[in-house]
Design a protein around this ligand. Structure first.
Ligand SMILES: *Cc1c(COP(=O)(O)O)cnc(C)c1O
Length: 354
């Protein structure tokens, strides 16, 4: 399906392992990870625990499993998780929190995915017999549907403190925490300070084929191991996959700044052509385009772009998503934005007022 797509901006998950990453994977020293005998998996766990300022960490097949296991550890059936209404955990994980942990969400409306300690205080239930028990506050760094926005570390610390003051745990979906760290110039550990659990995705901007790493206290990770087995996420010679993660942390972390520059470049070209872009200030590698003002809808624009070997995400008939990553160069980003502008310009006479 993507055979004729040369410039794939649908997601940073479309990255493929480079020859150098594959070489590092092939050379990995491996063992049975379920017996704690895979030295490469153990090394990745230690590396990510250090990176996130946590005691321990656990290699898992996906970021989704990182979120779900965190909720399974933190929650009992009937508990409530406070999260942004546009959070991945609420809308994009098959209702896993309710299906697996038996927890429900209480959502906060926030276009950029960021909320304040006061929002958390307002969302926490008073302890009454008839009320759900508020158990976890869940933040997403960066906020994907918030336009790749970066939570300031002060806001994260305040939200975690508000959670702890009322006996709730604080969890970070850090699928793109590395992007936040690079964009803010503050270490990942500064972002996770105050969090009881946090994880990073290896298969997004870091460019690995598979995996996420969930971190927390020793006790939290011991309990997470139980769920990793129960859910079938315990692997065997997983060191071949973990080696990709170690390679990515060495080679693909600092370079995320290039993806952010490229997203800004795409946004500037689109804006100069009159296409509304969200967010106002592009912070990381994600931006949205509002194509409501054009005769062609997002799907039709995407189809025309595909004819030029370019793929963007279609969120709704009026909204498209662009995600930059290490498999798309600055020149390709420029070319893709140019195609978009020409497609949109061609229909200027048809521009409809809404
Ligand atoms: C991609 C993503 C996830 C899930 O990660 P997978 O590795 O695809 O399972 C969770 N949260 C956010 C914000 C994401 O972007």
């Amino acid at each position: 399906m993507t055979r004729n797509i040369e410039i794939d901006l649908i997601s940073d998950t479309s990255t493929k392992p480079s020859a150098e990453m594959l070489a590092a994977m092939v050379k990995a020293e491996v063992g049975d990870e379920q017996r704690y005998e895979d030295p490469t998996v153990l090394a990745l766990g230690e590396r990510v625990a250090d990176l996130l300022g946590m005691e321990a960490a656990l290699f898992l097949p996906s970021g989704t499993m990182c979120n779900q296991i965190a909720y399974l550890v933190h929650c009992r059936p009937g508990d409530e998780i406070i999260a942004a209404a546009n959070a991945h955990v609420f809308g994009s994980e098959g209702a896993g929190a309710s299906a697996l942990a038996g927890a429900q969400f209480r959502t906060i409306e926030t276009p950029d995915g960021i909320f304040a300690a006061s929002d958390v205080e307002a969302a926490i239930r008073a302890p009454r017999h008839r009320s759900p028990r508020s158990r976890v506050v869940s933040v997403e760094q960066t906020a994907n549907r918030g336009g790749g926005s970066v939570w300031p570390t002060t806001a994260l610390a305040e939200v975690a403190a508000a959670a702890h003051a009322r006996g709730l745990a604080a969890h970070m979906d850090g699928a793109r925490l590395p992007n936040a760290a690079i964009a803010s110039g503050q270490s990942a550990a500064e972002h996770t300070r105050g969090m009881d659990s946090a994880w990073i995705d290896l298969s997004k901007g870091l460019g690995c084929p598979v995996g996420g790493v969930l971190a927390g206290s020793k006790d939290f990770i011991a309990e997470a191991w139980f769920w990793k087995h129960r859910l079938g996420g315990a692997m065997r010679q997983a060191g071949f996959l973990a080696a990709a993660g170690l390679y990515a942390l060495d080679h693909n972390y600092e370079r995320l700044a290039e993806d952010h520059d490229n997203a800004r470049l795409f946004g500037e070209i689109a804006r100069a052509a009159g296409i509304p872009v969200f967010p106002e200030r592009i912070a990381t590698n994600i931006l949205f385009l509002d194509v409501a003002g054009y005769a062609l809808d997002a799907g039709e624009i995407a189809a025309r772009l595909a004819g030029h070997g370019v793929r963007l995400g279609v969120e709704t008939p009026t909204r498209m998503r662009v995600v930059t990553h290490l498999d798309v160069s600055r020149e390709q980003v420029q070319r893709a934005a140019g195609h978009l502008v020409r497609i949109v310009d061609d229909q200027t006479p048809l521009r409809v007022a809404r």
